[in-house]
Design a protein around this ligand. Structure first.
Ligand code: AMP
Length: 282
């Protein structure tokens, strides 16, 4: 497995692979890897000849009061995991390499970035689309792998690829969970023992709303109320938002969800200073 920090070098390697008619898959990450990340590289391995994983804690997508500087990092362990997973190359640039002094461009998707996570984290998705566009241009993958865990990110990246004609396919992988339902996340490490127990409330809220939906509860506001009630029953949990939205345009369903339409149930919940997100797409 190669560890590459230079953009030119990374681009040269993947260009060689493409010239040799090899299919290339990319799994972008911010590191501190868990099985959720590895499910992306495993899927990429099945569908491509060569797999690149990127590890880059992207400063552009963190707000000034967010956890950029304390975001967990463990490069050595990450490299061990990726090596055992059979990844061919790891792209791990510095911030200076990605954003040199005169860097002055951005990629922004409008319309679906000002709700949900975008409403709570101004500038977040502009940071995400800018770094992902750079990664796509540097690595030129045939396929790029993302987790359903970050449902709005998935919608935003798909829209960017469609609107700007990036010549690649976006593959979405299901959310991997701990045995008690908590979605795997690098940020789970911030939780103390009590918060960790309380954090299963996200899964319970989603599961309760899903059961209600399957039993015929098809009102957006009723589903939000159900999720809110479950989260409120947990004293350590503070709701940022709960949502029952159209999965394509992310607009909230107020009344009846029309037959044949899906619904994205999603939420952000705080435990102390830790903010967790989760979702079910029905
Ligand atoms: P991150 O390192 O948090 O930026 O995540 C990198 C990629 O892994 C993103 O596409 C995430 O959606 C995906 N991911 C994170 N957690 C999970 C999970 N529990 N299951 C599946 N994919 C995940």
């Amino acid at each position: 497995m190669e560890l590459i920090s230079s953009i030119t070098e990374m681009a040269r390697i993947t260009a060689n692979w493409r010239n040799a008619d090899l299919q290339v898959g990319l799994a972008p990450t911010m590191g501190y890897l868990h099985e959720g990340h590895l499910s992306l590289t495993n899927r990429a391995k099945m569908e491509n000849d060569k797999v690149v994983a990127s590890i880059f804690v992207n400063p552009l997508q963190f707000g000034p009061k967010e956890d950029f500087s304390r975001y967990p990092r463990d490069l050595e362990k990450d490299l061990m995991l990726l090596e055992s997973a059979g990844v061919d190359a790891v792209f791990h640039p510095t911030s200076q390499e990605m954003y040199p002094e005169n860097f002055n461009a951005s990629v922004e998707v409008l319309g679906i970035t000002d709700v949900l996570e975008g409403a709570q984290r101004p500038g977040h998705f502009k940071g995400v689309t800018t770094v992902v566009a750079k990664l796509f241009n540097i690595v030129s993958p045939h396929r790029a792998y993302f987790g359903q865990k970050d449902a709005q990110q998935v919608a935003v990246i798909k829209k960017m690829v469609r609107d700007l004609n990036f010549p690649l396919e976006i593959i979405i992988c299901p959310t991997l969970r701990e045995a008690d339902g908590l979605a795997m996340s690098s940020r789970n490490v911030y939780l103390n023992a009590d918060e960790r127990k309380a954090a299963t409330v996200l899964y319970h809220a989603l599961a309760t709303a899903k059961a209600a939906f399957e039993n015929g509860s098809r009102q957006g506001n009723a589903l939000r109320k159900i999720m809110d009630a479950v989260i409120s029953s947990e004293p350590l949990a503070k709701t940022d938002y709960v949502s029952a939205a159209n999965p394509e345009n992310l607009r909230e369903y107020d009344g009846l969800i029309p037959t044949g339409y899906g619904v994205l149930l999603s939420m952000a919940v705080r435990f102390g200073s830790t903010r967790l997100i989760d979702n079910f797409q029905l």
